[in-house]
Write a protein that binds this ligand. Structure first.
Ligand SMILES: Cc1cc2nc3c(=O)[nH]c(=O)nc-3n(C[C@H](O)[C@H](O)[C@H](O)COP(=O)(O)OP(=O)(O)OC[C@H]3O[C@@H](n4cnc5c(N)ncnc54)[C@H](O)[C@@H]3O)c2cc1C
Length: 376
């Protein structure tokens, strides 16, 4: 599309800080920047009207780690690194809840649960480590006794016990994002929506749009998460697709809250009387390592099989499917790193960006502030 003179002038206007990516990370960074340094001129560029990645596509869990996921993370990354990441999630959630009214984003603290297969030993291992995990969380986020074992009186298709976490909640991610962006606009952030960037000329400090317009930047903050490699092939963040379904309203839905299974690879929750179910990426890792949106028969079949365990007959009442793209890596720690003196990355939020996004935005704003000569 050919832009008018006015549109071109607006798109090509130079800002003190240009943020690329209007998901939760980019929008939170813009908000934190103007909270700290109100005189800055800040813009956020995105190819979509609101966002097109994960922030409006996710499952809306406000969570910070299920028992088997924490056990896995501690085994891979060690206790200190895992504690750092859990703290980021916790502080991020607190920040998010301080910004967006619970009513607006339909935040409900109905608790979270991990469910287990009957036939494997995972529950026993998790139960054995429960007091260790509770002490770990008490030391990390200062809440005692986060996890406890409860009876599973809902499903005969799963193990008879589950692990409960009353501090988890759920929310509506699109309303969350719209509110955050409105708030950012009110603070003076300019959103350049519908602008897709095809190239970053680092030396010239220019973004080139898919339509060939050249947008100068002074400081660029890259928050494109799972799509970052398209612009910076060397970035240590890989795309990963997650597919999701939601059912129609079902009579007598026997559960409410957020549920995790197999280290968080499967997740489900109630949305009113509907079931939202997603994940199973671990059953087809090769094909799901992509930044292309879409649904595949293989994952759909697996999620349908799982859905039947939750509510027999529900697969006849699936209302819709969608997908979103995560940014992942070998470790779960997000990348907060300068590429050079003008470009900073805030990417790789993994499967818990609803929690980490606001925290990472705050840290990015601090870094940018220091680089612009503000005192800490
Ligand atoms: C299906 C699914 C379920 C999930 N469930 C949960 C959950 O329940 N709880 C949780 O905490 N986390 C969950 N996550 C993870 C969470 O959603 C992400 O970690 C988080 O949204 C990442 O936010 P972000 O802002 O870093 O990236 P994104 O939200 O991906 O934002 C990146 C933005 O960059 C823009 N962009 C990219 N390239 C370009 C370009 N070249 N030009 C212009 N714009 C560009 C995109 O349009 C996009 O708006 C889930 C993710 C998925 C996919």
């Amino acid at each position: 599309m050919v832009l008018s003179f006015w549109e071109k002038e607006f798109i090509q206007e130079k800002f003190d800080v240009t943020i690329l990516g209007a998901g939760i990370t980019g929008t939170s960074t813009a908000l934190s920047l103007l909270e700290k340094y109100p005189e800055l001129k800040v813009c956020v560029i995105d190819r979509a009207p609101v966002s097109l990645g994960a922030s409006t596509k996710n499952a809306g869990f406000a969570c910070f780690g299920s028992p088997t996921e924490l056990i896995h993370d501690i085994a891979v990354m060690g206790e200190n690194k895992t504690a750092e990441i859990v703290k980021m999630r916790w502080l991020g959630l607190k920040k998010l809840l301080s910004r967006v009214p619970t009513k607006i984003m339909d935040y409900q603290q109905n608790g979270g649960y991990e469910v287990f297969d009957k036939e494997d030993a995972t529950f026993g291992e998790a139960e054995q480590k429960l007091s260790f995990l509770n002490q770990f969380l008490a030391d990390t986020i200062d809440i005692p006794e986060v996890f406890s074992v409860v009876n599973n009186t809902i499903w005969s298709s799963f193990y008879s016990k589950m692990i409960s976490n009353p501090f988890e909640g759920s929310l509506q991610p699109a309303y969350m994002m719209l509110y955050l962006q409105d708030l950012a606009r009110k603070r003076g952030v300019i959103f350049k929506s519908g602008v897709s960037v095809s190239e970053v000329l680092t030396e010239e400090k220019l973004l080139v749009t898919t339509e060939g317009y050249r947008v100068p930047f002074q400081t660029l903050c890259v928050t494109t998460n799972g799509f970052t490699r398209k612009l910076f092939p060397e970035a240590e963040v890989l795309p990963a697709r997650n597919q999701v379904l939601i059912t129609q309203e079902l009579p007598d839905l026997p559960f409410s809250g957020c549920f995790h299974f197999q280290e968080g690879y499967y997740y489900f929750r109630n949305v009113g009387n509907r079931i939202l179910l997603g994940g199973a990426r671990n059953t087809d890792l090769q094909n799901e390592s992509t930044d292309q949106f879409g649904n595949t028969t293989r994952i759909q079949d697996e999620l349908i099989r799982f859905l039947e365990r939750l509510y027999p007959g529900a697969s006849d009442h699936i209302e819709m499917w969608w997908s979103g793209i995560l940014g992942i890596g070998k470790v779960k720690e997000p990348i907060l790193k300068w590429k050079n003196e003008n470009i900073i990355f805030g990417v790789r939020l993994g499967g818990m960006g609803v929690a980490i996004g606001s925290y990472l935005g705050e840290k990015l704003a601090d870094e940018i502030g220091i680089s612009l000569g503000y005192k800490e």
